[in-house]
Design a protein. Structure first.
Length: 326
């Protein structure tokens, strides 16, 4: 038998169509009931056993009880009608239908409910474990970030340092404080506390580039055309630039980064280009997950993303429609 021809058999055997199983069980029990006229032949007992098996499978696989109730009701009506036509005992036929189909089906439904309860218990256990892990992350990472912020604050207050070094310490302290806030938001989301408004409410693109420059990166920002006032679009642009700067800092330390924002009446194009890296500096590997998430974010805004090598460095180009939803 070919794979295509055996597919319906495998589907039925897997209990995908529980109503068909129940119909089969009812028919077998009706036939067995009609055969019990004063004596109980072995074939009738065998039919009852098969009917009970398929009815039990139907009860365990069924998701809804409405169709099963209709089938069992039709079986009861058929039992009375067949008994009237053939002259057999309708009470015996009804008893066979009830014992060979009705009772096993109820037993299957009980097992089905037990399976659902077990699944719910497992889901609750997973949620509790996720909440516990989230709390552990909050406690451990929050502790380290708070210590980092305290150390940065102490450096910032050191009068023996130059104003440039104090400013760098101030930026470090502010970044650690922001990371603590964002960590709390993410942990709340993992614990199921509700939706999280992620990202800056009022994205500051110039501030993003300035902070990267203050951190020691060679940054250039170029703007052409009117600025888009739509917050979702600005958030998308902010996210693109953030990913481009992060990518350059991780994979091309010491490179010069140029951010270009070209706006027209139809769309805004953001280009982030970094020159070849300083090979004497250590580069960190990446997982490419940032580009995947960024592409999904741009698709939500109705935009597109392209990225790849460019003159020994790297170039990231994003296009976002003016006023796109995000």
């Amino acid at each position: 038998m070919s794979g295509r021809g055996s597919q319906p058999v495998r589907v039925l055997a897997a209990g995908v169509y529980p109503q068909a199983w129940l119909v089969t069980g009812v028919i077998l029990s009706l036939v067995a009931g009609q055969g019990m006229r004063g004596v109980v032949p072995p074939w009738a007992v065998a039919l009852c056993v098969v009917a009970a098996a398929v009815a039990g499978v139907a009860g365990r696989r069924a998701r809804h009880v409405g169709g099963a109730a209709a089938i069992l009701g039709a079986g009861v009506v058929s039992a009375i009608a067949l008994s009237a036509v053939t002259g057999s005992s309708w009470s015996v036929t009804l008893l066979v239908v009830g014992l060979a189909c009705g009772a096993p089906w109820l037993g299957g439904r009980y097992l089905h409910q037990q399976d659902e309860l077990a699944d719910e218990a497992a889901q609750r256990a997973r949620l509790q474990e996720r909440s516990r892990i989230a709390q552990d992350m909050h406690d451990s990472l929050g502790h380290e970030l708070n210590l980092l912020a305290l150390r940065a604050g102490a450096i910032e207050m050191d009068t023996t340092l130059t104003s440039r070094h104090q400013g760098a310490a101030s930026e470090l302290r502010a970044g650690a404080s922001l990371a603590i806030t964002q960590l709390a938001a993410v942990i709340g989301m993992l614990r199921g506390d509700g939706p999280v408004a992620w990202g800056p409410t009022s994205p500051d693109i110039a501030g993003l580039v300035r902070r990267a420059a203050d951190a020691g990166m060679d940054m250039t920002l170029e703007r052409n055309g009117p600025e888009d006032a739509a917050i979702p679009v600005v958030r998308c642009i902010h996210r693109v630039i953030q990913e481009g700067i992060t990518n350059a800092a991780r994979h091309a330390p010491g490179s010069a980064v140029t951010v270009k924002i070209d706006s027209s009446a139809e769309e805004t194009q953001v280009t982030v280009i970094n020159t070849p890296p300083n090979m004497s500096l250590r580069r960190r590997p990446g997982s490419q997950t940032g580009f995947v998430a960024l592409k999904e974010r741009l698709q939500a805004c109705g935009g597109t993303l392209s990225a790849g090598p460019h003159h020994g460095g790297f170039r990231l180009i994003a296009r976002v429609p003016r006023g796109g939803a995000g």
